[in-house]
Design a protein around this ligand. Structure first.
Ligand code: UDP
Ligand code: MG
Length: 322
């Protein structure tokens, strides 16, 4: 270990109900590490580490079968489904003491596996973090592309800085992971947290393909939830905006009061029940939204103070196979 020219690589792959895809993509990952090792770019002790995120189908059985068949496959099983971010974290934390570099990637073959060559080269040239960035999204539907791009724009506008069009396909070195393990938060938004660790980083671009089989587990609702988590766990800008808006409304109201007083002094009585009601309804709506945003932050604080474990590993393949 600790040889930058011959690093031990662990490919970390979260899997949730992926029985259709796994038998197709698993050999591709294995081939990638054997090819890279044959080219002398990584150590032959490199491994493919699957994280089963509490799948309800036969995913874990497939992973166990793979691990029995070839020592280059490893698997850990989460005690229940905890979501993509927690699954990736579990895999990275499990890998960090056993390797020099990790590359996290989805198991559905959408992210171009061949981009790993460029990532490893960048590491060998001295980078500690390499972001996989999608060059274009031609294969995504218009709706998916539009929502995904709005997602990055919204995040940046709200003060959560993320690399544009970078998801969770990235290389991280063991020392970055060591520092990263000190980030104790339970609200995880990995792509926003990794840049906070620092170290020399670069990007590698690749084209995103269609899913090889199975269905996406990220419908719009989950993507909105992830965007909201990303914003609230990385920035307090929404709360500042509420304050700013409050000041603005107060100023307008003040002008309104001045106007009302002047009108009263001039003897014009202000009639207008409708305008009054509209204003009250509007302001109450705004207040409810603002309370909701603040409540969201309080909810986050509540979860953080409990400091519950971010993942629980129930099984590992290497205890069975070795
Ligand atoms: N995934 C997971 N836990 C979940 C949902 C998804 O580990 O609760 C994994 C899934 O198996 C896949 C990756 O996260 O490897 C990305 O999911 P998906 O391909 O469904 O999302 P998309 O690429 O459509 O955004
Ligand atoms: Mg996918």
């Amino acid at each position: 270990m600790n040889d930058r020219q011959n690093p031990v690589l662990y490919i970390v792959i979260p899997c949730y109900n992926e029985q259709e895809v796994l038998p197709i993509t698993a050999p591709l990952f294995l081939k990638k590490i054997t090819d890279l090792a044959a080219a002398g770019k990584i150590s032959s002790d490199s491994r493919v580490l699957f994280v089963n995120d509490g799948s309800k189908d036969t995913t874990w059985d497939i992973i166990r079968g793979l691990a029995n068949a070839d020592e280059h496959y490893l698997g850990i099983c989460q005690s229940r489904n905890r979501g993509h971010q927690n699954a990736v974290l579990a895999g990275l934390m499990e890998a960090k003491d056993r390797c020099d570099i990790t590359i996290s990637i989805d198991c559905d073959g959408q992210d171009d596996i061949n981009a790993m060559d460029g990532m490893v080269d960048a590491y060998r040239d001295g980078c500690d973090v390499v972001y996989g960035v999608r060059s274009k999204r031609d294969t995504d539907t218009f709706f998916k592309r539009f929502t995904a791009e709005s997602f990055y724009k919204l995040l940046n506008a709200m003060g959560a800085e993320v690399v544009f069009n970078h998801a969770d396909y990235r290389l991280m070195s063991a020392r970055v992971l060591q520092e990263f393990s000190n980030f104790k938060e339970v609200n995880l938004f990995l792509r926003g947290m990794v840049p906070l660790v620092g170290f020399k980083s670069t990007s590698v671009t690749y084209e995103r393909h269609e899913r090889i089989a199975g269905e996406s587990h990220y419908p719009l609702s989950k993507m909105l939830a992830l965007a909201f988590d990303g914003i609230t766990s990385l920035s307090v800008k929404p709360i500042r905006m509420i304050t700013g808006f409050g000041v603005f409304v107060a100023f307008i109201s003040f002008l309104g009061v001045v106007w009302a007083v002047i009108q009263a002094l001039l003897g014009h009585t202000v009639s207008g029940w409708a305008s009054m009601t509209s204003i009250i309804c509007f302001v109450s709506g705004v207040q409810l939204i603002c309370l909701g945003v603040i409540g969201e932050y309080i909810g986050k604080i509540y979860m953080e103070t409990k400091a519950r474990p971010r993942y629980i590993i129930s099984e590992r393949t290497w205890e069975e196979t070795t």
